[in-house]
Write a protein that binds this ligand. Structure first.
Ligand code: G4P
Ligand code: MG
Length: 168
């Protein structure tokens, strides 16, 4: 059984504050944050407080491909009216787990010809990855690394008081 970790909004905010300083220090100045929904939405919004650039959203869903391949990621909602060609983008998600969704999303975003693409994940699981990032990715910023475990986020809680109790 995987260990379960509960995170508070405060912890997450502080990790994002530290991460934003690292991103700013790297001199990678994105034109847009691209948040991968739904997990990336709240981290992206907090990062925006520090990076001060607009957020664009994309959402990926899983569809049954066939019996052999099982479920595969596909675009559910994409860039809409925003043209990211020749723009620097920072792709934001809450967790780097198998990396399958991230690889699919990053490759699809690169097809839109951004001038530079970097990735930010709030939490990375130190485990063998099934997906990989293309070489053209400029930076992979990680908020915090953890041994493989199951992360419980406050935005998924139906009872936020109970969630908070579990973090203590
Ligand atoms: P990855 O590329 O980011 O590693 O994602 P992967 O395909 O491995 O994960 C499939 C879904 O499982 C993703 O959600 C991911 O956010 C979620 N997930 C993976 N590990 C954890 C975890 O420890 N805790 C929680 N709460 N979720 C986890 P998704 O399909 O994109 O859904 P959502 O973002 O709309 O929630
Ligand atoms: Mg997600």
């Amino acid at each position: 059984m995987l260990e379960t970790r509960y995170f508070t909004y405060n912890e997450i905010h502080k990790t994002l504050c530290d991460s934003a300083q690292k991103i700013l220090n790297s001199k990678f100045n994105p034109d847009y944050i691209v948040a991968i929904g739904a997990g990336g939405f709240i981290p992206a919004r907090i990062l925006r407080t520090y990076l001060k650039v607009p957020i664009i959203t994309v959402t990926i869903a899983y569809y049954d491909h066939d019996k052999k391949k099982g479920k595969v990621p596909a675009k559910q909602q994409w860039l809409d009216t925003v043209d990211i060609s020749n723009k620097k983008i920072l792709v934001v998600d809450e967790v780097d787990d198998s990396r399958i969704t991230l690889e699919y999303t990053v490759k699809a975003l690169l097809e839109e010809n951004p001038s530079e693409l970097s990735i930010y994940v709030l939490h990375n699981k130190l485990r063998e990855k099934e997906g990989c990032f293309p070489d053209s990715v400029k930076h992979v910023f990680v908020g915090e690394n953890f041994e493989n475990s199951w992360f419980c986020y406050p935005w998924d809680a139906t009872d936020i008081d109970l969630h908070k109790e579990k973090t203590q």
